[in-house]
Design a binder for this molecule. Structure first.
Ligand code: FRU
Length: 458
């Protein structure tokens, strides 16, 4: 089937075709980064979950490989849902959720070849069943971490009448798992969790001197992803504070891993925010965020920035900003595609991107040089009344650089260790303009993403 690539990002990861959702099995193995992902190989809507697979040496340019793990056993015949990779000295263990009708079952598959092409499913799958003493709404998605000589596994869930939580297991050998109890004491669930019935895709790891638990809030409107910073004593995770992982609503189900250099690197799924019929007809759906590095800031919060490899692929040139403040300046992008480029701003500004000449379609970003308030607004991004809109507002240090990644239907903004990603679907072919006006001191650079087209669609 021919794809309609009009909204397809060029330097953000997408599958060769059809549907993707969560990143899975992130790992660096024998010099290559592996990105597996939830994938429907037959259609551009959710269903028949397989693990797609791609490899990269720089986290930006990906080579697509055959499906890695897919339903071929009784216990995963209804779908191979999300999971993670645990590298050991000799092999990589993939823990995933096998689905068989209503049953969600923790399963293992192992690979040791250089490309981790086809992990072999373990003879004793499923490894365990949901605990009988809890009334769980679901039981899926896994995180595994080594701590004080033991392996700990958490599985995402919602406890009926209590809310989102994870179920905690312990193991000495990664094969036999002993059930402990819920990861978080219910009385520790802070106000951020009110009304949140379940946590999908837990990501749980130590970072600096603290522990981080990232969870996707299941079945909420809007869907949101929270990070909790806290402590873990081998028994319970005690959250000290919570924050959004991203100030906008396109991201879901992010996963992170530690690479050989010790960086904690995250990818998130950027959902389509348009009707299912529209992306089904286009033949592709879903993209990944840029690779994001997670770290603890001086203020003790979870910081997010693009990994260095991202800007390593960007060639910037200065943009002339004129003499006076407050005058709209059109950016002449020359040979750079204005729908797939990068802007780096410092100072106070109002900016309009993906703008039709008459302004009927426009995505706006403003940043106050006084208060540091940023507003990313997709209210007028599309004349199509069926696509979602949002207005994300947050605050940064006004002295910080603001990086704006425009990539067809994806816009990501990074500044001062925070970020926001949105999806936009302008209908008009001439919605390509970029203009800005300064509201104070301002420097602007325009960047081209260089190198071979990063998402090589074989
Ligand atoms: C999150 C999720 C996971 C599940 C997977 C199925 O987007 O619902 O909980 O494992 O997607 O595709």
């Amino acid at each position: 089937m021919a794809l309609n690539d009009r909204y397809r990002p060029r330097y953000h990861f997408t599958a060769p075709q059809n549907w993707i959702n969560d990143p899975n099995g992130l790992v660096q193995w024998r010099g290559r980064y592996h990105l597996y992902y939830q994938h429907n190989p037959n259609a551009a809507y959710w269903g028949d979950m397989h693990w797609g697979h791609a490899v990269s040496t720089d986290l930006m340019q990906w080579e697509h490989l055959p499906f890695a793990i897919y339903p071929d056993q009784a216990y995963d015949q209804s779908g191979v849902y999300s999971g993670i990779a645990v590298p050991t000295a000799d092999d990589v263990l993939f823990f995933y959720t096998g689905v068989n009708g209503p049953d969600e079952l923790p399963c293992l598959a192992t690979a040791s070849d250089d490309l981790l092409l086809k992990p072999e499913k373990h003879a004793n799958n499923p490894l365990f069943h949901r605990p009988a003493d809890l009334d769980l709404l679901f039981f899926r998605d896994h995180a595994i971490v080594q701590h004080q000589g033991s392996w700990y596994q958490v599985v995402g869930t919602g406890i009926r009448d209590q809310g989102g939580n994870c179920v905690l297991y312990r193991s000495d050998d990664l094969l036999t798992w002993e059930y402990m109890h819920p990861l978080v004491q219910p009385d520790q669930l802070g106000k951020d969790d009110i009304g949140v019935t379940g946590w999908e895709c837990p990501d749980f790891f130590p970072l600096g001197d603290v522990w981080v638990l990232i969870v996707s809030h299941w079945n909420q409107d809007p869907l949101r992803v929270w990070a909790y910073i806290g402590t873990f004593d081998g028994e319970r995770f005690t959250p000290l504070h919570g924050q959004l992982i991203d100030h906008a609503n396109a991201i879901y189900a992010p996963q992170s891993f530690t690479d050989a250099s010790g960086r904690r690197i995250q990818f998130g799924w950027l959902r389509e925010t348009r009707p299912v019929a529209a992306h089904t007809a286009d033949g592709w759906a879903g993209a990944m965020t840029l690779p994001r590095e997670l770290f603890i800031t001086a203020q003790g919060r979870l910081g997010v920035r693009p990994v260095a490899e991202v800007l390593g692929h960007v060639a910037f040139r200065p943009v002339s900003i004129g003499e006076e403040t407050g005058i709209w300046m059109d950016v002449d992008t020359g040979d750079i595609d204005a729908t797939s480029c990068v802007l780096r701003m410092r100072g106070g500004f109002e900016m309009e991107v993906l703008r039709s000449p008459d302004g009927a379609e426009v995505t706006t970003l403003t940043c106050s040089s006084e208060t540091g308030e940023i507003v990313l607004d997709t209210t007028n991004s599309s004349l199509d009344a069926d696509v979602a809109q949002e207005r994300a507002v947050w605050t940064i240090d006004p002295a910080a650089d603001v990086l704006v990644f425009i990539d067809r239907s994806v816009i990501e903004v990074y500044a001062d260790n925070q970020c926001a990603a949105v999806r936009v679907y302008p209908t008009r072919d001439d919605a390509t303009g970029i203009r800005f006006r300064s509201t104070g001191e301002l420097a602007v650079e325009l960047g081209e993403v260089t190198g071979p087209s990063p998402s090589v669609h074989s």
